[in-house]
Write a protein that binds this ligand. Structure first.
Ligand SMILES: C[S@@+](CC[C@H](N)C(=O)[O-])C[C@H]1O[C@@H](n2cnc3c(N)ncnc32)[C@H](O)[C@@H]1O
Length: 291
């Protein structure tokens, strides 16, 4: 008797044809703004193969079909392709600029009853918005007399879950002075550190795709947006889309801080360039005038 051929192979087919690679890169670009070229094909294929195996898919076509209808699968995929590298007090010259200059200018045009709204987008696993909170507590004498709202947003829901959990490795904390680690964290038995509950409660987290106007639309009147170290992964068109969306989210006279390798002048003419001693930041013109 001839053995029956199984309907499905035991192991999935993880080879990806040229047209599938291009189709996938185009799909990922439209969903996230992140650009992968031919030079990164091996990297993309490795991650896709991992997702095919982890999702129990039969191969690329099967996974791709599921991405279109299963939101969980799409979230896993986006997590697999985002670079979440971040750490506490990264590019702290901008935090210095925030407390030495930006907040004075922002509070000068506000009433005490109005909140100061600071947005870390993308926030990855939370180090950036928590750094802003710690920096303000340590360095801004008016911290108790203003209502300060700090929001952290990212496209990657797994990174956001880690941000909400607030548990960090030594590596994440490498730039944070030890007395501040002792003050704001509890050491866990596995060598990691949990951030204080009060600090954890001071940041609100939410999923936002910065190239999707439907996602950024509800966010308005931000005084400062920290949009650091994501535009490097985009092409010009996605950068422009992100810049336009974030412009709409800023209050008139509000500021946007980019990563040190990124420059708004090359992306959008909408903003004024403000050169402060500590940092270059970009301002939405309007009420309150230029910096
Ligand atoms: C390298 S981290 C930067 C984190 C932090 N801003 C910093 O500078 O340390 C880049 C983050 O951008 C997020 N990201 C990528 N594309 C995005 C998009 N279209 N919208 C929102 N976040 C995105 C990734 O999930 C990742 O967490």
């Amino acid at each position: 008797m001839r053995a029956e051929k199984p309907d499905q192979p035991d192991s999935p087919d993880i080879r990806i044809a040229d047209h599938e690679f291009r189709r996938f890169c185009d799909f990922l670009y439209r969903r996230t703004g992140i650009v992968f070229g031919d030079g990164q094909r091996a990297y993309v294929e490795r991650r896709l193969a991992d997702r095919i195996l982890a999702a129990g898919s039969r191969g690329f076509s099967d996974l791709f079909a599921r991405l279109l209808v299963e939101p969980d699968e799409l979230e896993h995929l986006i997590s697999a392709f985002t670079v979440n590298e971040t750490y506490f007090f990264r590019e702290d010259y901008q935090l210095r600029c925030l407390t030495s200059t930006l907040l004075d200018r922002i509070t000068a045009r506000k009433r005490r009853s109005q909140p100061i709204r600071l947005w870390s987008v993308p926030c990855s696993t939370g180090e950036e918005p928590y750094s802003i909170a710690i920096w303000l507590l340590e360095n801004w004498p008016h911290v108790d007399s203003w209502d300060i709202e700090i929001v952290g947003s990212d496209i990657d829901v797994q990174a956001l879950k880690a941000a909400r959990d607030g548990i960090y490795s030594e590596r994440s904390l490498m730039r944070l002075p030890r007395p501040l680690v002792a003050k704001y964290f509890t050491a866990l038995t596995d060598g990691r550190y949990r951030i204080d509950d009060a600090l954890r409660g001071s940041v609100q987290f939410s999923q936002v795709n910065i190239i999707d106007q439907g996602d950024t639309g509800p966010w308005r009147d931000m005084d400062v947006i920290f949009c650091r170290n994501v535009l490097i992964y985009f092409d010009d068109m996605a950068r422009r889309t992100a810049a336009n969306n974030l412009y709409d989210c800023l209050a008139p006279g509000g500021y946007i801080c980019l990563g040190h390798t990124e420059s708004m002048s090359r992306i959008s003419p909408l903003f004024h360039v403000c050169r402060f001693p500590e940092a270059i930041v970009y301002q939405k013109p309007g009420e309150g005038g230029h910096a």
